[in-house]
Design a binder for this molecule. Structure first.
Ligand code: RB5
Length: 161
């Protein structure tokens, strides 16, 4: 099954977003890519990073995409923003092991990276690695992720989320 993937960034991550978008458009593991911006021609090119993180999270929550790779200056702002959306697990990762574990341990739907933190070639490599991992629901990690889902479910039931 091919992935429906979102790519997004604020202005501080747009160069990496555009390069990795181009890479993944050639990748047979990716069936569809949604570019949620920003793009240099946009009137709102300087849109603050939370809009990008939240938009990606909502598209995944609503079943319109499977996963997202997001960029900002550090990767932190878009991750924090996406994590505000119910059911979303986003992680900033700039090394191969964390990229792997973000899926296999944490079942993250979103990877974020910082254009001001790592080199472009490493970011391109990590993006390709990340889309190759699939969470195993029969693994020991599943019960741990379930704790998060139960917490969110309980909060929603009491109006707290
Ligand atoms: C630039 O606005 C920078 O603060 C942003 O891209 C990001 O690094 C925030 O987390």
């Amino acid at each position: 099954m091919t992935l429906r993937l979102i790519l997004g960034s604020d202005e501080a991550g747009v160069d990496y977003k555009d390069q990795i978008l181009a890479d993944l458009r050639q990748d047979p593991r990716v069936g569809e890519i949604i570019d949620i911006g920003v793009n240099r021609a946009d009137e709102d090119f300087n849109k603050p990073y939370p809009y990008i993180g939240i938009a990606a999270g909502e598209l995944i929550r609503d079943g319109r995409a499977d996963r997202a790779i997001l960029f900002c200056g550090t990767g932190l702002g878009v991750a924090i923003s996406a994590n505000k959306v119910e059911g979303i697990r986003a992680a900033t990762a700039h090394d191969s092991f964390s990229v792997e574990r973000s899926v296999l341990s944490n079942n993250c739907q979103i990877l974020t990276m910082g254009q001001r933190v790592i080199g472009l070639e490493l970011a391109r490599r990590l993006a390709k690695e990340w889309i190759g991992y699939t969470f195993d629901p029969s693994s020991a990690s599943a019960a741990k992720v379930q704790v998060l889902e139960d917490f969110e479910g309980a909060a929603a039931a009491t109006g707290g989320a």
